[in-house]
Design a protein around this ligand. Sequence first.
Ligand SMILES: NC(=O)c1ccc[n+]([C@@H]2O[C@H](COP(=O)([O-])OP(=O)(O)OC[C@H]3O[C@@H](n4cnc5c(N)ncnc54)[C@H](OP(=O)(O)O)[C@@H]3O)[C@@H](O)[C@H]2O)c1
Length: 330
Amino acid sequence: MGPFRALRIHKDTGGAMHAVLESLTLDDLSSGEVVIRGRYSSVNYKDALAATGKGRIMRRFPLVAGVDVAGEVISSMDNRFQAGDQVLVTGCGLGESHDGGFSEVVRVPADWVVPLPQGMTLFDAMVLGTAGFTAALAIDRMEQNGLVPGQGPVVVTGATGGVGSVAIDLLSGRGYEVIALTRKLEAADYLKLLGAADVLDAKTATDSGKPLEAVRWAGAIDSVGGEVLGWLTRTLQPWGSIASIGLAGGSELHTTVMPFILRGVSILGITSANCPMQRRIKIWERLVTDLQPQHLASIIAGQVTLEELSDVFATVLSGRHHGRYIVDLQ
Ligand SMILES: NC(=O)c1ccc[n+]([C@@H]2O[C@H](COP(=O)([O-])OP(=O)(O)OC[C@H]3O[C@@H](n4cnc5c(N)ncnc54)[C@H](OP(=O)(O)O)[C@@H]3O)[C@@H](O)[C@H]2O)c1
């Protein structure tokens, strides 16, 4: 195979990170049984943290960035996959400890590879990407914990982000009353188009100093963490669950045990990167059946090439965008 292009992150002796679009060969990539021609990838918050060095995500350097990829198998040493199969990979160490998805060619262990669900395109798989998969995983876990439509509103925080946008779309499609919590009230029309019944100012989620407040939510999907997550614990209905996904607003959690011992509130930890394969496949199958998104086209913030990719990281970290950036790898 001839050389191909990839966005590789280098760390200089002073500790600064540099994203460089390079020409690589297969020998430069981490090992694995399956070689994939990358067709699309996407930009997650984690990718922006990794590529800029704002977060300590990458475990070695140089490393190709990108936690997601969807494409076609070029060759496989594992008989579960054949040349020509359409597949996707999210998380599992891609773009963290293993060369990632911002590359025209990606090589991974066969155990990480998910067959593209029937009825889904490679493009849509990456509009969803890690963000969409994680939103679906959160809903799956909350439903396992007893959540059904009709119990009361479900609040989605960091609503205009990738996880938030897909979560609103999936929840509303499934019949939940969804309330979007955002810092960007000017995006209310976008959030309502995705299915939010109402839009709340993120400033609502401040610390009252009380261990419990009036109950409001049957469930919550939280990408923000920090003060917002503390507020969710105090305002959830008895027996409700919070899916804790992210830390866009902070990694700390200040609360008391009162929501847990007096209201039976649960915080469900959501981790997509190391989700076991059986559950991973179940979630991707749900995304073409009972959790099928309805508004994916509206969630696309933009489509970029490998050349344009570096410009997007700062936008994503600033939180100014809404929705998801898709990377066209070819
Ligand atoms: N656990 C997992 O497996 C997993 C998987 C995917 C993502 N994540 C995490 O989930 C979070 C969201 O990921 P994403 O890809 O959806 O990111 P994203 O597209 O950048 O969205 C994050 C959203 O959070 C809000 N936000 C950003 N900065 C904030 C701040 N300083 N304070 C309060 N709110 C802020 C913004 O929404 P508004 O302006 O609308 O409020 C922003 O759009 C990240 O922390 C990411 O690392 C975790």
